[in-house]
Design a protein around this ligand. Structure first.
Ligand SMILES: Cc1cc2nc3c(=O)[nH]c(=O)nc-3n(C[C@H](O)[C@H](O)[C@H](O)COP(=O)(O)OP(=O)(O)OC[C@H]3O[C@@H](n4cnc5c(N)ncnc54)[C@H](O)[C@@H]3O)c2cc1C
Length: 364
């Protein structure tokens, strides 16, 4: 790229929001997949949609590659810079532009952190359902690009199920507005197409999110098992029963070890695996489902079953789970994450086989 192109870009922003010195660029060299690194030519930090649009249009004119970046927590090189390209860091577009409790929507800028939406909605008895484990740091823009999911997506679906409208600047420089406050829109589902595009179509500037009523009550159970396979079989049994919990999660021995090291979580002694199941909804429905769930878990041979007795115990159970993934960093400086799809009947068997393969290969 010519120096004049870089100068033209730099002129779009105040000096302190256009980074080009090596020590300033170091923090932007990778995302959560740190084995891949690339130094961008510069990092632009816009504060308004107009600045983002101007940057994208100039990149287009100068044929300069760009990558949008939220909080850089993606695990697959999503916000990895392109060498000889620029990074457009979206964190300062972090305002909730509108929260309408009657319509149950929030219109947010893309740099808003996931949990901020629920915090803002809480006084109205509402919440934003998609809850990736990284939710206290990752941005809605990154969630949209990666169609992020979380523990509660079993019941509520992924980000794409909660995005009603998107305003974006495409890589061509064209500004588009799709969808809106309504849950029904006419014509092709462009929001659906954009959600999960991995940052390749353009940059989201404004996102309209659907909010849901906070569940009236919860029933959270933690059960410890001697083997991972038993925990997997318990999940299969719960799903086969027709119950639809808000969340079901398993933690294996390594995840338990990490959670204990990080937040001193307390798990049943001797447990090689822990299952967390949470029912949520209207009081009467949860009460009816609770006895069915407790019976299924009790029949799945746990060494111990611990229903949360109050909100504090529930929070403690989830704290252990939500920190487990990042806490694996305490056990090893390098780890690799892969998502897989397993026929639900064969979950226990798949988990047993993975444990066997890990032992055979001497890989934790
Ligand atoms: C500890 C930990 C736990 C995690 N748990 C989960 C989990 O439970 N579920 C899950 O799905 N993921 C999880 N992730 C992965 C990651 O947090 C998500 O993919 C998240 O959506 C990334 O958001 P971000 O703001 O960090 O985006 P970044 O990593 O900065 O970017 C991700 C992608 O989004 C694009 N992007 C960013 N902003 C915009 C924008 N405004 N417009 C268009 N594209 C944009 C980038 O170009 C890139 O392609 C986890 C990661 C960590 C480190």
């Amino acid at each position: 790229m010519t120096g004049s192109a870089l100068n033209r870009l730099a002129a779009l922003l105040p000096q302190e929001r256009f980074l080009a010195r090596p020590e300033q660029l170091a923090a932007y060299e990778s995302d959560g997949l740190t084995v891949f690194r690339a130094t961008p030519l510069a990092v632009a930090i816009p504060e308004t949609a107009e600045e983002v649009i101007a940057l994208v249009r100039l990149c287009r004119e100068e044929r300069l590659p760009f990558v949008a970046r939220g909080s850089g927590t993606s695990l697959s090189g999503g916000s990895l810079p392109v060498e000889e390209g620029i990074v457009i860091a979206m964190n300062r577009l972090n305002h909730i532009l509108r929260l309408d409790p009657a319509l149950r929507i929030a219109v947010v800028e893309p740099g808003v952190v996931n949990t901020q939406v629920t915090l803002a909605a809480a006084p109205h008895g509402l919440h934003y359902a998609p809850d990736p484990s990284s939710q206290t740091i990752c941005t809605i823009g990154g969630n949209v690009a990666f169609n992020a999911g979380g523990a509660h997506c079993l019941k509520y679906g992924m980000t794409s199920n909660h995005v009603l409208g998107i305003k974006a600047v495409l890589a061509t420089g064209e500004v588009v507005e799709w969808g809106g406050a309504s849950r029904e829109n006419v014509g092709p589902d462009w929001c659906g197409l954009f959600t999960g595009n991995e940052g390749l179509f353009g940059i989201a500037l404004e996102i309209t999110l659907q909010l849901l009523h906070k569940p009236e009550c919860f029933h959270t159970v933690l059960a410890g098992y001697r083997t991972l396979e038993q925990a997997g079989d318990a999940v299969s049994a719960i799903v086969a029963s027709g119950l639809l919990p808000g969340a079901i999660e398993i933690m294996d021995a390594l995840a338990l070890e990490a959670a204990v090291a990080a937040v001193h979580a307390d798990y049943p002694p001797g447990a090689e695996a822990v299952l967390i199941v949470e029912l949520e909804g209207p009081r009467e429905v949860v009460a009816a489902d609770r006895s069915r769930l407790d019976a299924i878990v009790a029949a799945s041979h746990p060494i111990e079953m611990r229903p949360a007795r109050d909100a504090e115990e529930r929070a403690a159970i989830w704290k252990g789970r939500k920190c487990a993934f990042s806490a694996v960093g305490r056990l090893s400086p390098d780890f690799i994450v892969q998502d897989g799809v397993v026929p639900r009947r064969r979950l226990g068997e798949a988990l047993r086989r993975i444990s066997e393969m890990a032992r055979e290969a001497n890989v934790r």
